[in-house]
Design a protein around this ligand. Structure first.
Ligand SMILES: [Zn+2]
Length: 256
């Protein structure tokens, strides 16, 4: 069920029996020479809507602009400052409680949003208004990501390329996959951008000239479909688990 396609009486029936919603979030930011700027929000929305279709739970409209100042050197990247993002997401999530939603899954596809969504979830839980958790698609299936790609790369790499090849193939510039690899940073590891234990970089461009990481040339739509299937399954299971919990059990423990 997709909130924006429903009428209010139809939604009323949903709120009578269910109290869970998926909220998809991504970014609009550079993803190298081969992927569209909408990559992250396209992935988040596709997964959230798939999980909603399979499970019958509600999916809200997508938040398409996130915390991406670290990609600003590349044309077209849009971002909001972290405090504005947190306040906006907190407000729209809290206001869902007015309709009876008391548990939310942030279906997230942008690493830069993670810590802020965790903070928002904490605020709402500490206030005992709502239980909202962050779910980052690739972290739900780490073994499969490792298995499918030689060099996954955290941004604009083969896993995101494969997902867009599956979800929105017309938006992938297939003739630029080798350029993406050759103009970026292929080997990203624990030592990258670190000096004596400190993370010394702030922006993507500090590590990669074209904005992306990993080897995009072994991405295929078939691998994207595998990722999509596996992540959708995880998301449906998470929703079923969350829906089955007692609200009180999801709230913070008392002080000792
Ligand atoms: Zn991305």
């Amino acid at each position: 069920m997709y909130l924006a396609d429903e009428t209010w009486p139809e939604l009323g029936s949903y709120f009578e029996s269910e109290s869970l919603a998926f909220v998809p979030l991504g970014s609009t930011e550079q993803h190298g020479p081969h992927l569209p700027e909408g990559t992250d929000h396209l992935i988040a929305e596709a997964l959230a809507r798939e999980a909603a279709d399979r499970s019958g739970y509600l999916c809200t409209p997508t938040i398409t602009i996130g915390v991406s100042p670290h990609h600003r050197q590349f044309h077209g990247t849009m971002w909001v400052d972290a405090p504005a993002f947190r306040d906006y997401v907190e407000s729209l999530t809290r206001n869902l409680t007015y309709h009876g939603i008391d548990r939310v899954i942030y279906v997230n596809a942008h690493g830069g949003n993670v810590e802020h969504l965790r903070e928002v979830g904490r605020r709402l839980r500490d206030a005992e208004e709502m239980y909202a958790i962050e779910w980052m698609w690739n972290e739900s299936i780490p073994d499969l990501v490792e298995e499918l790609f030689d060099v996954p790369g955290p941004h604009g790499g083969p896993k995101e390329t494969a997902m867009i090849q599956h979800i929105a193939p017309k938006l992938v510039r297939e003739d630029r996959l080798a350029d993406a690899r050759d103009g970026g940073l292929v080997d990203w590891d624990r030592e990258t951008g670190r000096t004596h234990g400190a993370r010394t970089f702030y922006d993507a461009i500090d590590n990669t000239a074209n904005g992306v990481l990993g080897d995009q040339t072994d991405a295929t739509a078939e691998k994207g479909e595998q990722l999509f299937e596996a992540a959708s399954e995880q998301l449906v299971k998470l929703a079923d688990w969350l829906a089955s919990q007692e609200f009180a059990e999801l709230m913070p423990e008392e002080h000792v």
